[in-house]
Design a protein around this ligand. Sequence first.
Ligand SMILES: Nc1nc2c(c(=O)[nH]1)N[C@H]1C(S)=C(S)[C@@H](COP(=O)(O)O)O[C@H]1N2
Ligand SMILES: [Mo]
Length: 490
Amino acid sequence: MVDIPSRYELGAAGLTGAAGVAGSFAVAGYTRSFVAAPIDAAVVTATPGPVVAFMIENVGAEAHLLHIGLALAIAVGLFGAAALGGVRVAERLDSRLAGGLLAGLAAWALAALLTRAPALALGAAVPVAVGAAAGPRRTPPELDASRRRALGSVAGAVAFLGAATGVGVLRSGTDPLGAAPGADGAEVRLQEAEERSLSVESDELPGLVSEIGNFYNVDIAEFEPELPAEEWSLTVTGETERGLTVDFADLLERPVEHRFVTLRCVGEDLNGRKLDTAVWTGTPIAPLLDAVDPEGECGCVVLRGEDGYFVEYPIEVLRDGFLAWGMNGKELPAQHGHPVRILAPGHWGETNVKWLTEVEVLDREVDGYWEQRGWEGTGPVNTVAKLWEEGVTQLEDGRVELAGHAYAGTRGVDAVEVSTDGGDTWVEATLSDPLPDEDVWRQWRHRFVPEGSHDVVVRAVDGTGTVQPGERSASFPSGASGWVRRTVGV
Ligand SMILES: Nc1nc2c(c(=O)[nH]1)N[C@H]1C(S)=C(S)[C@@H](COP(=O)(O)O)O[C@H]1N2
Ligand SMILES: [Mo]
């Protein structure tokens, strides 16, 4: 006979499940050893491409809260089921101890299988065992001789949930970043950027270099790989005369450079903020490619990251690429690909694989992770001039200052034109001095005397003299286009 659990049992099982998840969080923090992490990865993988594209366009960055919420709910459900099973056994054997042990064992096995971290899985197992041993029987508490005990265990469980979550949050704080190996020269370049940057009224805008903490972040995984430099290696495989593997120490023996490179995500809105610049410390990848003698018939490669991400593009694009292990003088942060990522000049952000572990030379083209989901984001970036929200400032002398950044990949930015009359007339904005590298943005600034309300439009002219096209398109599938417009004044 199948017993339908009572509301009390279900409530207790849910609470115990939540305690198991919280216990896991307390010992693992927000890392891949937290039970929600592998479940979240499975949820993301199982989400169909059109749904992902819809979420990116319509929900934006908050979309990740939905899948992590779903992952947490699934984890609570799984541990709750383990607890309920334990309670049933306890009843049948009339032994709370046996029920608790069994539930704990089931929770431990589940957590260990999911996270492959058997020791940390105890963090989930112990609260589930305790919850199952202490949980209510089928009788409603009114009729239960120990109603006070039931209330006591609910209070205990809630207190545990709070405390465990607090410990997990503390554990999730990131350690300060160390200096990148060989990063001495990066300081000089940061200073260069400082000197060439444009002075603007608002101090909420990035200068020519974005701060690491503000640099945009796009990850397919909610939980980033934890890949120590000593364990990292990059292998070149596939259609080559000979294979090649380099480790981090090999990389450091190569010529070190500090390059300014701007990244822009194909998925960002026209005036979005997934556009940033850093000084990256690293070494060119060309000598590694030359050493293997690539042969494949498509002239293309697929690059893979430790998180399961992959992207395919021409080997000629990769040849100009840069293996980076430092960012603004610091070691590459976890969220930007620690220990090593590739930077492919002038191409959309998605070509810049983080946690890079493999380059495979192909015979035939394949779709990358995003291309399988309908995006076409492996080519050169579109030209864009941004007019940031914080870039509109009322000056004391009555004028209004407009400021932003413009980017055109390796074509470079020659001019930014501003119209304050909806596009009828245009004037050239003041630009920051160009940075010495080939794939960088520029800042622009324009001050004018407002008369009532202005329909402000901005557009960039790239290094080939081509004006940014005015025709509007959404970011999906191949990047937003059009001119940024904003109403300024009253
Ligand atoms: N391994 C890996 N590389 C990746 C991604 C990823 O999810 N995994 N995201 C890509 C995308 S879509 C962009 S826009 C850039 C963002 O780099 P950032 O997070 O350092 O800003 O990284 C690219 N490289
Ligand atoms: Mo992206």
